[in-house]
Design a protein around this ligand. Structure first.
Ligand code: SAH
Length: 204
């Protein structure tokens, strides 16, 4: 997976490749899907949600340019896989999931697999995690129609955010947003992507 799908494409960060090599993706997907866990594809994780394609996890992680002491917030815990990957790059990982059974299962899984340092929360990630702000990096793993302002507000000066943005259920732009040292916010579009939708209410 790492050699062909990541290093063979444009994942050049040795730290990201190492993190992707270390985290056992098959332990984050339902048993019936485990034999597909290292294929170049997203997989269902229950509740109508999916774990992103390995390449997308690596690409978004690389775009965050994490340093060891960086504090990172993920919106959309899902299986917990992306959070586990982030935890290989920094000790300070916070993640929020809106669908309670997924959030609970991910919390337990992260504990059991030795990623207990990851801080998990059930709730609407639109509002971020104000008590822990500011964050050096924010990664949103669900497709939003617009960039939630609370997340921009909770980004530290010098911080980076990656978020898929675009019309409901359509192809979205993977946006990299940076907050400069002087507070000015700039953004660029990295690629076209498809993601499960960012929701505001816990509905099936
Ligand atoms: N990062 C996950 C995959 C995420 S799929 C992994 O590695 O497995 C996107 C997730 O975002 C879904 O679990 C979905 O329930 C969640 N989500 C959608 N809208 C949300 C919101 N407003 N706040 C928090 N989580 C949200």
């Amino acid at each position: 997976m790492v050699r062909e799908q990541l290093a063979g494409r444009d994942i050049g960060s040795a730290a990201v490749l190492r993190a992707m090599r270390r985290v056992p993706r098959h332990l984050f997907v339902p048993e019936a899907r485990q034999r597909n866990a290292y294929e170049d594809t997203p997989l269902p994780i229950g509740e109508g949600q999916t774990i992103s394609q390995p390449y997308m996890v690596a690409f978004m992680t690389q775009a965050l340019h994490l340093g060891r002491g960086d504090k990172v917030l993920e919106i959309g815990t899902g299986s917990g896989y992306q959070a586990a990957v982030l935890s290989q790059l920094t000790d300070s990982v916070y993640t929020i999931e809106i669908v309670e059974p997924l959030g609970e299962a991910a919390r337990t899984r992260l504990q059991e697999l030795g990623y207990g340092k990851v801080q998990t929360r059930i709730g609407d990630g639109y509002n971020g995690w104000p008590e822990e702000a500011p964050f050096d990096a924010i990664i949103v793993t669900a497709g939003a129609e617009e960039i939630p302002q609370p997340l921009v507000d909770q980004l530290a000066a010098g911080g980076r955010m990656v978020i898929p943005v675009g019309p409901h259920r359509g192809v979205r732009d993977l946006v990299l947003l940076k907050k400069r040292r002087n507070g000015k916010v700039v953004q660029e579009s990295l690629m076209a992507v498809r993601f499960v939708p960012f929701t505001r209410k816990n509905r099936p």
